[in-house]
Design a protein. Structure first.
Lengths: 257, 376
């Protein structure tokens, strides 16, 4: 979806696992005056049709990164500022490595190149058993079930009454694809890619973030050449919703620099 | 009519509410709890208030969901209703709950607190698990039915080596109506090779597949040529309302003459690989799917196979893939078969499955490979 000033320099916002482009609802309007604002949903999120989801293409974050490049190319964007929340930070990083020519800068909010702890002292924040439990729970589908986040009922075309009530829900997602996205996200390991980024980058690290702890933000900063690290006062994993003013100010200051 | 006198003070009404009710700061730190919340969690309010955040009471799995789904919803919409979660009690056990929250903002619009009611959901969770088990059971039945329908001995002959295979898609929901078959039309003289694809998924498709598969066997034994078998299937499908729009490739191999007669109803063409030649597709005798709008023009075609020739029948799941066109998939299949001349049907089948399919391939696929013995 395109907003803002069509002749302005493009800025692309990418949402993370668990939500859709409405994550940016308090942020993008601040850029609308002079920037061409591009918002999109990853497949399976928001209103992206999932009948023909390609599990093969999206077997790793590389597939999601290819989408970013494809979107930029399809819209003939140049000089893009890319803002990725959560896993979309790494997705943006991969896109930036593949096509440095497309991007002016990369902003990563709460990025993590590896969510699992390992034996060599890396602390990602999660044990493999945690993620196994997450995927199991998503399988049994009890997690996240609510009328508001109601999953698109896939394969239940004979029960249209379930689907009709689900219009205009927030952060709705196809359960099978969400699970796939969770698996790809939480089992990804992009630590080896960090050093390959040549696009100028900003890491925005929240306080007290259980998904991407401070030590992970430091790790990303240490390993991405020339990156800038900003510690936010905002707590939690979603400063774009909990502290949009601070989030916007930090992004704008970085882009103006 | 007299106005009812309040029976509870507001404070007592709140603290004695029949569900857990808490208030937290925007960062999740618990600031107020009710008696029911203490009872539910086993923690006294002195332990909780000002010291514990709501997320600290969640197991890791729910914590991830809390951060990635619940809070975004709450912060964005100001409310989140009936979110399934678990709480870790003071004794370490889990209690399933539903959470409903509203976000309270101050005059400047900044989040001030979050009010959350907490309903125990143990019984409801059990019901849900029961429903889930039932649904899984249906999926298992469909898969078992399909596998039992496809089981059975292949015809044995010195002149021809056979391999067949079925692979379900990545999720169990994808159990579909694909089938393969190989059987004697006349023992020792001619055999039928069949691959078909019934529209739809699940139990219904599996049942329709079983019916069409049996019907095909029955019609094949009556001396009909391939086009005649397809016409009989049209009549059967229309008469009994079974398997409309099924696609099928039916081929009949006569061992002595090495003649292959075949017909395709809306199905991908058979692949023919002869020793020393580039593999090709057999593009003749094509017509519409079974019981579709045009069933009048069924035709058969015939080709004489060379010694050592390999014929391959398959369902579209093998060559069709969202990331590439069917044409590209068919080209890939040609390449694989072309570079594996001389391999047995079993080796070839394995190579095709390994190279064309990926671990998370979502469509089911069927494959029949027949290879004539090399000439002496």
């Amino acid at each position: 979806m395109e907003r803002g000033n069509p002749t302005g320099r493009p800025i692309v916002f990418a949402h993370g696992f668990g939500c859709d482009q409405s994550m940016w609802r308090y942020v993008w309007p601040s850029f609308a005056d002079d920037r061409r604002v591009i918002l999109f949903d990853h497949p399976g999120a928001g209103h992206v049709s999932v009948d023909d989801f390609d599990f093969d293409r999206y077997r790793s974050l590389g597939g999601y990164a290819r989408d970013v490049v494809d979107i930029c190319d399809a819209l003939e964007l140049q000089d893009v500022d890319f803002v990725g929340h959560s896993v979309s930070g790494m997705i943006g990083l991969l896109a930036g490595i593949e096509r440095p020519d497309l991007f002016n800068s990369l902003v990563m909010i709460g990025p993590s190149p590896r969510y699992l702890n390992d034996d060599n002292g890396y602390v990602g924040g999660f044990e493999p058993a945690d993620i196994e439990a997450l995927l199991d729970s998503m399988d049994s589908n009890y997690l996240g079930w609510s009328a508001q986040m109601a999953p698109v009922i896939m394969g239940n075309r004979d029960r249209p009454e379930l689907g009709d009530e689900l219009t205009d829900t927030f952060c709705r997602a196809d359960p099978a694809i969400s699970r796939h996205f969770a698996k790809v996200t939480f089992l990804s390991d992009n630590r080896g890619d960090l050093a390959r980024l040549t696009v100028p980058s900003l890491i925005m690290q929240c306080s007290d973030d259980v998904i991407a702890p401070g030590s992970v933000g430091d790790y990303v900063h240490r390993n991405v050449p020339g990156s800038t690290l900003v510690q936010l006062n905002a707590t939690g994993h979603c400063p774009n919703l909990s502290a949009p003013a601070e989030t916007t100010a930090v992004i704008q200051a970085f882009l103006a620099a | 009519m007299t106005a009812a006198r309040p029976t509870d003070s507001a404070e007592e009404l709140l603290d004695g509410a029949p569900c857990g009710y808490i208030s937290t700061l925007p960062d999740g730190t618990i600031s107020t709890v009710t008696r029911a919340f203490e009872a539910l969690t086993g923690f006294a309010r002195e332990v909780l208030v000002g010291r514990v955040r709501l997320r600290d009471l969640l197991p890791v799995t729910d914590r991830i969901y809390h951060e990635t789904h619940y809070l975004p919803l709450l912060l964005s919409h100001g409310a989140a209703h009936e979110i399934a979660s678990n709480l870790v009690r003071s004794d370490g056990t889990l209690v399933p709950v539903f959470l409903s929250s509203v976000l309270v903002r101050d005059d400047d619009g900044e989040p001030r607190s979050i009010r959350t009611v907490v309903f125990p959901a143990t019984d409801r969770r059990l019901y849900e698990q029961e429903i889930l088990r039932t649904q899984r059971g249906h999926e298992d039945i469909a898969l078992q039915l399909q596998q039992s329908l496809l089981a059975g001995d292949l015809p044995q002959a010195d002149e021809v080596d056979l391999d067949v295979g079925y692979q379900p898609g990545v999720t169990r929901l994808e159990v579909g109506g694909d089938w393969y078959d190989a059987f004697w039309i006349e023992p020792g003289v001619s055999m039928a090779l069949v691959v078909g694809d019934v529209v739809g998924r699940g139990l219904k498709a599996a049942i329709a597949m079983g019916q069409l598969r049996s019907a095909t066997r029955a019609f094949a034994s009556t001396g009909l040529d391939p086009a005649g078998v397809l016409r009989a299937l049209d009549r059967y499908s229309i008469a009994y309302g079974v398997g409309e729009m099924t696609t099928i490739v039916y081929a009949e191999l006569t061992l002595a003459s090495r003649a292959l007669r075949y017909a395709c109803a809306g199905h991908p063409p058979p692949l023919l690989a002869a020793p020393g030649r580039v593999p090709t597709y057999l593009f003749e005798a094509r017509s519409m799917p079974i019981a579709s709008w045009d069933t009048l023009h069924r035709t058969s075609a015939s080709v004489e196979l060379e010694p050592g020739a390999t014929v391959l029948l398959y369902t579209d799941g093998l060559v069709e893939h969202p990331s590439r066109s069917i044409a590209a998939g068919m080209e890939a299949l040609l390449q694989i078969v072309g570079k594996r001349a001389g391999e047995t049907p079993q080796q070839l089948g394995r190579a095709i499955r390994d190279e064309l399919r990926t671990p998370d391939y979502h469509d089911d696929t069927c494959l029949v490979i027949a290879q004539l013995e090399p000439g002496s």
